[in-house]
Write a protein that binds this ligand. Structure first.
Ligand code: GLY
Length: 398
């Protein structure tokens, strides 16, 4: 039986929308890339990209966790347009990020988000030897964060902290903390296994994925952001609302990380339990999408104030499109939902001016902290990845 691709599932009208939107991205990025060629942007403030490359070392600067996404945009555009200039700009980020490895402090489990869309994607597209070395170095650092007693990858370092200003939340012990976001760091380990044949990478990724499957996914298919385990035994201690509205709520970006992460883990392992988990998260997500197609920061947040997260929408759209290729039965509804969210951004939350640097206008870092309803580079990255998936320009990033 012929396997249908996402492109085969689109109506003619949806294909036109995908082509037109991809062309708008191209027209914008060919000027933005030059303005930001010597930057590592994390966000556009008043339409102008900030620059993490120009900041100091450490967590908030050169080791900032989203620093791989600008290079990721450049590599996706390079692959689609064939214009080598995009790749040259991506390499600037990769060279700057080398400093973070030696510095070491400031790196955490988001090594995956940093090196997958930059060096690993570079290697997949060009076979560059430096990119290979960078990706493998990152994979080894990520594997080193695995707690063998608890069978989870430790998310963050440092002293116990309260985290994200959620009212009334006790301090967590970071040695025991794992977060749902890490599901999309795991592809770095699966890639390292595929490259080296060393099963340690695959085993660590699988053990972490299994631990998350058992401890983060609720009965209704919704996902917890943060779980604290006892770092000596791996026993569940408690969970936290993290970047979402509160304990027991459903931070939408966390739902997206789980959905895309388990879909990716299924692609790398063929483990049906991961596929079923991704489908359960997808069903929960789809049942909670507002009529407008615009995604809130948390599915449990109050109606007012309006706190939107285009990053969650775009990342969930990527997950649904990937899932559509894997799950036979519900494929068309996954594609329809992804397109509904992407079109809502295009029509109501995108900036297509060539004078400004960001595309998606309403990302939210965390419900209770500043940084609501603004542009973030990873919102733009996932939006572009999703639109290119619809065009059949599929490169397996994650
Ligand atoms: N991984 C952190 C975030 O999604 O903001």
């Amino acid at each position: 039986m012929a396997v249908s691709t996402v492109q085969d599932m689109l109506t003619p009208e949806e294909k036109v929308w995908a082509d037109e939107t991809a062309n708008k991205i191209k027209k914008k990025m060919e000027v933005v890339r030059e303005r930001s060629a010597k930057k590592i942007p994390s966000a556009a403030m008043n339409g102008v990209h900030d620059d993490k490359a120009g900041e100091g070392k450490g967590k908030g600067g050169k080791a900032y966790w989203t620093n791989g996404f600008w290079a990721g945009i450049m590599w996706l555009m390079n692959d689609w347009t064939g214009e080598a200039r995009y790749g040259e700009i991506a390499r600037f980020t990769e060279e700057i990020m080398d400093e973070c490895v030696l510095d070491f402090y400031g790196l955490d489990h988001d090594i995956g988000y940093m090196w997958i869309p930059s060096a690993v994607l570079d290697y997949k597209l060009t076979g560059d030897e430096d990119a290979l070395r960078r990706g493998l170095l990152g994979a080894n650092l990520l594997a080193g964060r695995f707690n063998p007693a608890g069978e989870y990858i430790r998310a963050w370092d440092g002293e116990a902290w309260e985290g994200f200003n959620t009212p009334g939340v006790p301090k967590m012990r970071t040695e025991g903390v794992a977060i749902i976001d890490c599901m999309l760091n795991l592809p770095l380990l699966y890639w390292a296994y595929e490259i080296t044949g060393d099963p340690r990478f695959r085993i660590i990724a699988r053990k972490h994925g299994d631990k998350v499957m058992r401890n983060f996914i609720r009965e209704d298919g919704s996902v917890i952001h943060i779980v604290e385990f006892d770092p000596e035994t791996g026993e569940f201690v408690r969970d936290y609302g993290g970047q979402g509205y509160g304990q027991g709520s459903s931070w939408t970006r966390g739902q997206a990380w789980g959905l895309y992460g388990f879909t990716s883990s299924y692609r790398h392992t063929n483990n049906r339990e991961y596929l079923d988990t991704a489908k359960r998260i997808a069903a929960y997500f789809m049942a909670n999408i507002p009529e407008s197609g615009l995604i809130p920061s948390d599915f449990c947040q109050p109606k007012e104030p309006h706190v939107q997260d285009d990053i969650a929408a775009a990342a969930a759209a990527c997950g649904l499109l990937q899932l559509a290729g894997a799950a036979q039965e519900e494929s068309r509804s996954y594609v329809e939902t992804a397109i509904k969210m992407l079109r809502a951004i295009d029509e109501k939350s995108a900036d297509w001016s060539r004078e400004t640097d960001g595309i998606t206008l309403n990302g939210t870092m965390a419900y209770h902290t500043p940084g609501r309803n603004m542009n973030y580079v990873y919102g733009d990255y996932f939006f572009i990845e999703a639109v290119l998936k619809l065009k059949g320009q599929e490169v397996f990033v994650w």
